[in-house]
Each structure stands twice: as C-alpha cells, then as structure tokens.
Design a protein around this ligand. Structure first.
Ligand code: KIV
Length: 272
C-alpha cells in the first residue's frame, strides 16, 4: 500500500471535488483483483470501486446480497495492492450497515483497516443517514448511492429505470441533499432519467457519478467485466462495450486446447 504522504499523485476525495469545480469528468470503474486493478490503475482511471457486483461477476450469484464483509475485504486488499494512483472505494455489503449505525461503523473500520482502501460506499438515502453520520465520525469518507440500489432488488422487484414518477424523483432529490449535508464526498446515481440526474448534479456541490444516468453528471462508472465484454448476457442500453474479451479469451483457450491435443505445445523451444 502506498502512503497518503508518500504518493503525491494519488487521487483523493479532494481531487474529485476539484475536478467537479473545474468541469473535468471523473472516470470510475470497478475492479476486484490485483491484476486487473493494476491494469485499470495504470491506464489512468480516477476511482476504482470494489463493488459488491463482485457477488455477480466474481462469484456468480444472481444478486449482490450474498457477498460477505470478509469477501469484500479480500477483494479490496487485492485491489489496493495493485493500485498506485486511483482512489479505492469499497462497497459495504448488504446487512453490514442498515439499521445499526454502530455495526455500520465497525464494518467500515474493518474495511479501512484490513484492506487499506480509502473510502466506503453504501446504498440508500434518509434511511441510512444515521449509519453515514456515524461512519464519518471516524474520519472515513463515504460515497452515497441512490436510484437503482441493487441491494434493494427484492423491494423493487425489477431492475428497470427508477424515479420516473414524480414522487420517487422528489424523494431522490431530497435524499441527494441529505447525503451532501451529512458529509458524503460523492454520490452514485444508478439508472435514473438523464434529466433528473443532471438536475441533481447541478444542485449539489459534491461530485455525482452516473451509471445509466446520462451525460449531465460529473463522472461515469461501469462494471469492468461488462465494459470489457467478458459478460455477453448483460445488455442494458447504458452499457458501452470497449472490448470483446469473451471472444479473445474463448479463442485463446480453444487454441491452447487444440495445441495440447495435437502436441504442438510445448515445442522444442518451450522446454528445458
Ligand atoms: O457494485 C457495483 O458495481 C456498483 C456500481 C454499479 C456503481 O455499485
């Protein structure tokens, strides 16, 4: 882990505030392991999110609910070891912060102490303000997350766009203000109308990072495995694929199987 003082170029929560003030869009991606975090960090990403989407893309669960705090800490410490510049934010998993601010603080402290990450993220608005305020008392930066909050999938019943109706949009506007007032350093808005997301981004002074929330926000986040095209089944409208690693990896593995079967591999030059 690089030290806060020994690495002048490290992105901090303050850097993100400056980027918003200067109108420089913030680029954020998820990562869950050392090797990919190293690549993503080296390519110039500003924020790496160790998302609880690890539950889906790393562990194959249908939802984000099953992943545990120990598992998030395992992923986060690997990412921190691979990362020199980006700010590393870690999701507090389901059941480790809701309805119990002391438990929330303990969960956040474990993440910071055992992984070396720089901030935590949690889902929800007014219902988790107590947890956010308590975590902040320990000097731990908190990123909020509103709109489609996947840990509440069984309440929503579906992954469709949130806050299309005025009542839900108004609640989201109010929650965004509450999160800013409570002291969150940034806010993720997931899968809401672009107009509403832009309005929220303009109404708060903290950076607003969107996923499926249009271009009027202060930055964008995507799940790494989705944007690299590893996962072909997930095709939401908001997703742009920057590679087709599904094909690259499949071709590489089938080529290896072919060469092993034909005894082409290893060649004379590839042995001792
Ligand atoms: O867990 C995750 O990957 C996230 C992003 C979708 C923002 O929370």
């Amino acid at each position: 882990m690089s030290t806060a003082t020994g690495d002048a170029k490290r992105v901090t929560t303050h850097t993100l505030l400056e980027m918003k003030a200067d109108g420089v869009p913030i680029a954020m991606l998820t990562a869950y392991d050392y090797s990919l975090a190293r690549l993503v960090d080296g390519a110039g990403i500003d924020v790496i999110l160790v998302g609880d989407s690890a539950s889906n893309v790393m562990a194959g669960h249908e939802t984000t609910l099953p992943i545990t705090l120990d598992q998030m800490i395992y992923h986060a410490s690997a990412v921190v070891r691979g990362c020199q510049r980006a700010l590393v934010v870690v999701d507090l998993p389901f059941g480790t912060y809701q309805g119990n601010s002391k438990g929330a603080l303990n969960s956040a402290i474990r993440i910071m102490k055992e992984s070396g990450a720089h901030a935590v993220k949690l889902e929800g608005g007014r219902e988790v303000i107590g947890s956010i305020e308590r975590i902040l008392t320990a000097g731990i930066p908190v990123m909020g997350h509103l709109g489609l909050t996947p840990q509440s999938i069984y309440k929503f019943g579906t992954y469709v766009v949130r806050a299309k109706e005025e009542a839900e949009a108004q609640r989201l506007r109010e929650d965004a203000m509450l999160l800013e007032e409570a002291g969150c350093f940034a806010l993720v808005l997931e899968k809401i109308p672009a107009k509403l997301a832009e309005e929220v981004a303009k109404s708060v002074s903290i950076p607003v990072i969107g996923i499926g929330a249009g271009h009027g926000v202060d930055g964008q986040v995507l799940v790494l495995h989705d944007m690299l095209g590893i996962n072909k089944e997930f095709n939401p409208r908001f997703l742009r694929r920057y590679a087709d690693l599904h094909e690259v990896i499949s071709d590489a593995v089938s080529g290896y199987v072919r060469d092993v079967r034909s005894k082409d591999f290893p060649s004379a030059k590839e042995q001792y």
